[in-house]
Design a protein around this ligand. Structure first.
Ligand code: CMP
Length: 139
């Protein structure tokens, strides 16, 4: 059984599509282990995107993630990481296939609605930024 972190980013919350997005993950068979709405601090956003800290778009990424509330979700299931990446679609919404979350709701790479961990290492780094161990349900 694998776990992954999904964030519904500020544009996803503002567009009132949180339910639609969560439904897609649940329909796939993924189990919600934890879920919260929160405003991300600048330090948490920088930690989350630390792998991109040298990229020219880093500052934009941080200000976007901190621009409004997000929904953070831990999901569990067989092959959860790749399954959620496939449901999210290609990073650039303009290139993402129709039927994926980004393909259906995003027009560009900056405001691309969701984040999903891209590897086990990424999940191990990311989930601790948003959740304490005692917030993750075992059922
Ligand atoms: P996410 O899956 O949250 O992980 C890193 C983010 O960086 C990605 O979504 C995009 O929103 C963003 N990103 C990746 N490449 C670029 C780029 N070339 N220009 C701007 N943003 C980018």
């Amino acid at each position: 059984m694998e776990r992954t972190l999904v964030l519904v980013k500020p544009d996803g919350v503002k567009k009132h599509i949180v339910g639609n997005i969560i439904e897609r993950f649940e329909n796939k068979g993924l189990k919600i282990l934890s879920l919260k709405m929160m405003k991300v601090s600048e330090s948490k956003a920088k930690e989350h995107y630390s792998v991109h800290s040298m990229k020219p778009f880093f500052d934009g990424l941080v200000s976007y993630l901190t621009s409004g509330p997000i929904i953070a979700i831990i999901l569990e299931g067989d092959n959860a990481i790749i399954s959620c990446r496939n449901l999210a679609g290609a990073t650039d919404g303009s290139k993402a296939a129709a039927g994926t979350i980004r393909g259906d709701f995003s027009l560009n790479i900056e405001e691309n609605i969701v984040h999903a961990s891209d590897s086990q290492e990424a999940y191990n780094h990311e989930y601790k930024i948003f959740f304490n161990e005692n917030e993750i349900m075992d059922y």
